[in-house]
Design a protein around this ligand. Structure first.
Ligand code: BJW
Length: 232
């Protein structure tokens, strides 16, 4: 533990589950009511914008009533107190890490509270419903879409993530199923660069075998315990 200076933390939907936000896969998952190919591809956005925008409007509304849980709070404390490099790479599009106080956060799959102009590429903060055809405040084109990385699109800031993984002494994955790439491959990348690896998850994931250690349980318990140990 004392040799660890640089940490990369990957978070997934499981860290926000105890804040009342549904995960994607498994019982009660978001995609039980919506097939992924209906809502989460550029093709779906082009063919049925009402469905796709409506899906993200509902998620944005759910986020308004959610609050950070003990796991987000613990990571924010680690972010504030850890003297070395630290990067929270989240696949989540909620803002619960930031609302807990974390600052070193990168949203690789986009953000619910952001709208992206498909024409000029400018982002606009967005907290209400986003109907299809909404004009972009920057270029006025009726081309605003949810600022979300769909299947087949390149996740954001991959170069920065790759660099952080290369520099990491420790890679920790929290509450993600390991079903979606490239995030699912980060553990192997971090290992190849020489980092220690730890998984914190409710149950074993598709990637568990790649981690040096896995702890199973709810994030609201495991994450504060792990942070306490790191800062002791
Ligand atoms: C708890 C808990 C508690 C519960 N405490 N834990 C074939 C092979 C390999 C790759 C591909 C392939 N075919 C296509 C690909 C690539 C594709 C991909 O990975 N597909 C897979 C389906 C195989 N990936 C992409 O297309 C990505 N882009 C890309 O690869 O670009 C490169 C490229 C692009 C173009 C050309 C060439 C190259 C983009 C992926 C975009 C993902 N987008 C989504 C939706 C957007 C955001 C949103 O709507 O919120 O991101 S999909 C969805 O899955 C979302 C999530 O961020 C992501 C991961 O899900 P997550 O977070 O792991 O959630 P769950 O529900 O799966 O798991 C929850 C976990 O929590 C579970 O493990 C529980 O146990 C746990 N848990 N409660 C602790 N209380």
């Amino acid at each position: 533990m004392s040799k660890i200076r640089n940490i990369v933390i990957l978070t997934g939907a499981g860290i926000s589950a105890e804040s009342g936000l549904a995960t994607f896969r498994g019982p009660g998952g978001l995609w039980e009511g919506h097939r992924v190919e209906d809502v989460c591809t550029p093709e779906a956005l082009a063919h049925d914008p009402e469905l796709v925008h409506g899906f993200y409007d509902a998620r944005r509304a759910a986020l308004a009533t959610a609050a950070p849980n003990a796991a987000h709070v613990a990571l924010a404390r680690l972010d504030a107190e850890w003297p070395g490099d630290l990067l929270i790479v989240t696949q989540n599009v909620d803002d619960l890490h930031e609302r807990a106080g974390a600052t070193r956060v990168l949203h690789m799959h986009g953000e619910l509270r952001s709208a992206l102009c498909a024409l000029c590429g400018v982002r606009t903060e967005w907290s209400d419903d986003l109907p299809p055809g909404e004009p972009c405040p920057n270029c006025d084109a009726p081309a605003l879409r949810p600022d979300i990385v769909f299947f087949g699109e390149m996740p954001y800031q991959m170069e920065r993530i790759e660099q952080a993984l290369a520099d990491a002494d420790l890679f920790v994955s929290i509450g993600t199923s390991g079903a979606v790439y490239p995030a699912a491959g980060f553990v192997q990348g971090a290992r190849a660069y020489g980092a220690d690896t730890l998984e914190l998850n409710l149950e074993a994931s598709a990637g568990s075998a790649y981690f040096a250690a896995t702890r199973l349980g709810p994030a609201s318990k495991l994450v504060p315990e792990w942070v306490d140990a790191m800062l002791a």
